[in-house]
Design a protein around this ligand. Structure first.
Ligand SMILES: Cc1cc2nc3c(=O)[nH]c(=O)nc-3n(C[C@H](O)[C@H](O)[C@H](O)COP(=O)(O)OP(=O)(O)OC[C@H]3O[C@@H](n4cnc5c(N)ncnc54)[C@H](O)[C@@H]3O)c2cc1C
Length: 285
């Protein structure tokens, strides 16, 4: 039997990792790439046709937004379970998988019933191999229940959140969209990027692209300055790669202080402008 891999693009690293993962299950691996406008249900329908034609033992995609969405649609069409973010798997009846849960806080071992085994691969669970794989190209169907109608450019201040050495983030404690002016100023003085918590994106104060956390961007800066953020598990899942964490919060019992290297118990509206003023003084700016 063979395994079937959905690749986002032949040279995409996470897709190549999915191919390498598939080889841990089957020696024979086929890959498909879909050309054309993204339409998750339509793309899933194309993959289901390939499954019906080739009867693979497993169908695998990278654990990206798109990979997870496609496999979820395939699972719904075939009325099968799917396992997302797997780090290892073993075929069988039922199959066994180990997968990442809670933003990387725990590994779950699970049994998955039904065939083919449908899964996505946790990013960097395996290193991408160099063996060539045969990639067949499918043409996207014209219609799908959901399709892309517009693309909006990402709003950035110049430094990407995922790559920044310094990230200054604001939470609900910032109080308003306007309150982020002080956070932006400090980030700019430090040559860093602005981040935020989900409370902030939910309130519409910042775009989702600024969100740090389990359902946002995972960051690993030299220093993370968290202002007015309580330290919920889902937020910390996104910033646990930071080398140093400084938290500013008037509530000395806030859980973020348990992870902080530097704790400032105080009001961010006073502390953040004071830090910026000191930096300007020190740099003559
Ligand atoms: C499935 C799921 C996924 C999620 N994903 C994410 C995610 O990716 N990222 C994320 O952030 N959250 C995520 N959440 C939400 C998360 O659980 C929290 O609700 C959220 O992180 C809280 O944001 P916050 O810390 O800004 O707000 P709060 O928890 O309300 O904390 C606000 C903090 O501000 C402090 N404060 C108030 N005034 C001031 C002031 N003047 N100066 C300084 N501090 C002040 C308060 O003491 C408090 O500690 C997720 C939740 C779920 C269920």
């Amino acid at each position: 039997m063979s395994a079937l891999v959905f690749v986002e693009a032949p040279d995409d690293e996470l897709s190549q990792q999915a191919v390498t993962f598939a080889r841990t299950l089957e020696a024979d691996v086929d890959a498909v790439v879909i050309e054309g406008t993204y339409a998750p249900d339509g793309w899933a329908a194309s993959i289901v046709e390939v499954i019906e034609d080739r009867s693979p033992s497993a169908v695998i995609a990278p654990g990206t937004d798109r990979g997870n969405e496609i496999i979820a649609h395939v699972a719904a069409r075939l009325d099968l379970p799917m396992a997302a973010n797997c780090t290892s798997a073993e075929l069988g009846s039922p199959a066994s998988v180990t997968r990442v849960r809670w933003g990387g806080s725990l590994l779950e071992e699970a049994k998955v019933h039904g065939s083919p085994l449908l899964l996505t691969v946790a990013p960097h669970a395996v290193a991408a191999g160099t063996d060539a794989v045969n990639v067949s190209s499918l043409t996207a169907p014209e219609n799908g229940a959901v399709r892309v109608t517009e693309r909006l450019p990402t709003v950035t201040s110049g430094v990407s959140l995922a790559d920044a050495d310094v990230v200054v983030s604001g939470g609900r404690g910032v109080g308003s969209a306007e309150g982020f002016a002080a956070i932006e100023e400090l980030a700019q003085l430090l040559g860093g990027a602005v981040g935020c918590s989900r409370a902030v994106t939910s309130a519409g104060w910042r775009p989702h692209t600024d969100q740090v956390g389990q359902t946002g961007t995972k960051i690993s800066p030299e220093i993370y300055i968290a202002c007015g953020i309580s330290g919920a598990t889902q937020h910390m899942a996104g910033c646990k790669g930071a080398k140093k964490l400084m938290a500013i919060n008037p509530d000395g019992e806030a859980s973020i202080f348990a992870s902080a290297d530097y704790a400032v118990i105080g009001d961010l509206h006073e502390v953040v402008p004071a830090i910026s003023a000191e930096i300007r003084k020190a740099t003559g700016g």
